[in-house]
Design a protein around this ligand. Structure first.
Ligand code: S3P
Length: 440
């Protein structure tokens, strides 16, 4: 595994300008690999995210006998094994830090004829798995995990899965997708209903691979005993990575930045809606559709932000962007209140607590609640913050440097490579005064 630098330092000030392309979308890269692996024929992916999380998925399928060719700079060719062509891995499959790999692959592997064990790093080993295991057991899967409901996950091969009708208690694209992937192996139809819409990349991509979903009474349904056909996939830039620069250009005086070819799927752009309501100037230029996903160039200019009460229905579409949205809230006039975001406690770290603690260390009044946070905008001081090994927390505090009054040192940043391997280079090119190490 390639890790980034442990410590990062950001000198105060600067502005973001120019044009940049964030790396490929993590969610779409995972899904293209997974469907490509169980499709018939060849799938060629361009713009693939070469981050540690998606590479964990890639290596997992290689260990199950799928031939994958790396074509250089975001190009991957997968020789699909067909729905029943995977072979048992020689040992447990280590998925590192990647919750998406673990949740989706638990579903995909539930319908195989062989046993698999999925493991992960310290953070992944604390994340809840029962939310996906429980509905899969209803489908007839035999799966075990720790008594705490966490990895390692053991999936026993050979069950005959059956379609179910399932009302999900929480909005989660990982759970929904895990069920849909298992459903491909099941007898009959499976329908999943969510309390609020989460990202729909799996649904879109199943259509691209020739096995379209149906929508019925607010549910997503898919027929079992599927046949998928390999296809070419162009992965757009990841909005969740672009998000750091979108907030950075909004809060740093004098900024004017264009982010190219960003995926702007409506189920992902909650953070843009929130920032616009706070007063941000964000425009979509040249909107187009690529491979079934909406894409646009995103133009951002510095703006004065006002604090706001963030409505709960925008939370799922902004779920990964809250760390950097909390930085925007710290730079806004007045108070911002987030509620209905308890899911943040179950990410790579407990993001309510890691962000509240870091903001407080920088002199911001940030009060955590069980399901969100109250933040009063004020001057950001310099200081040292802990990212708790969470890539998005580390990058969010790096962006805070643009408006800080002193140097910010961020500890435990190695995991940035899970989603954004070239963050440091792009951030420097755009104008952030960031260096690896403890600063001058
Ligand atoms: C993801 C879904 C989200 C998100 C994660 C990626 C996906 O998790 O936080 O980074 O690719 O399906 P939940 O679906 O659990 O909210």
């Amino acid at each position: 595994m390639t890790l980034g630098p442990h410590l990062l330092s950001v000198e105060p000030g600067g502005k973001l300008a120019g044009r940049l392309r964030a790396p490929g979308d993590k969610s779409i890269s995972h899904r293209a690999l997974m469907l490509g692996a169980i499709a018939e024929g060849v799938t060629e992916i361009q713009g693939f995210l070469e981050g540690e999380d998606t590479l964990a998925t890639l290596q997992a399928f290689e260990s199950m006998g799928v031939r994958v060719e790396r074509l250089g700079a975001g190009g991957v060719r997968i020789h699909g094994a067909g729905l029943h062509g995977l072979r048992p891995a020689p040992g447990p499959i280590d998925l590192g830090n990647s919750g998406t790999s673990m949740r989706l692959m638990t579903g995909l592997l539930a319908g195989q004829s062989f046993d698999t064990e999925l493991t992960g790093d310290e953070s992944l080993s604390k994340r809840p798995m029962m939310r996906v295991i429980e509905p899969l057991r209803r489908m007839g899967a035999r799966i075990e995990c720790s008594v705490a409901g966490t990895p390692p996950v053991r999936i026993f091969g050979g069950p005959r899965l059956r379609g179910i009708d399932y009302d999900m208690p929480v909005a989660s694209a990982q759970v929904k997708s895990g069920i849909l992937l298992a459903a491909l192996y099941a007898r009959g139809r499976t329908c999943v209903r969510e309390p609020l819409a989460s990202r729909d990349h799996s649904e879109r991509m199943l259509g691209r691979f020739g096995w379209p979903i149906q929508r019925r009474d607010g549910a997503v349904c898919v027929r079992g005993e599927a046949r998928l056909a390999g296809v070419d996939v162009n992965v757009p830039a990841d909005l969740s990575s672009a998000a750091f620069f979108i907030v950075g250009a909004t809060i740093a005086h004098g900024s004017d930045l264009v982010l190219e070819e960003v995926g702007v799927n409506p189920t992902r752009i909650g953070m843009i809606e929130i920032l616009r309501r706070m007063g941000a100037s964000i425009e979509f230029v040249n909107p187009r559709e690529e491979g079934g996903e909406p894409v646009a160039d995103v133009c951002v200019r510095a703006s004065v932000l006002r604090g706001m009460r963030i409505p709960g229905d925008l939370v799922p579409a902004a779920i990964d962007e809250f760390p950097v949205l909390f930085i925007a809230a710290a730079c806004a006039r007045g108070e911002t209140l987030v509620k209905g975001a308890e899911e943040l406690r179950y990410k790579e770290s407990d993001r309510i607590s890691s962000m509240a603690e870091g903001l407080q260390a920088l002199g911001i009044e940030a009060r955590p609640t069980p399901d969100g946070m109250r933040i009063r905008g004020a001057a950001i001081q310099g200081g040292r913050v802990e990212s708790r090994g969470d890539h998005r927390v580390a990058m969010a505090f790096a962006i805070a440097g643009l408006r800080a009054e002193g140097c910010i040192v961020i500890a435990d940043c190695a995991m940035i490579t899970t989603s954004f391997p070239n963050f440091l280079t792009l951030a420097r090119e755009a104008g952030l005064r960031i260096t690896a190490g403890g600063g001058p």
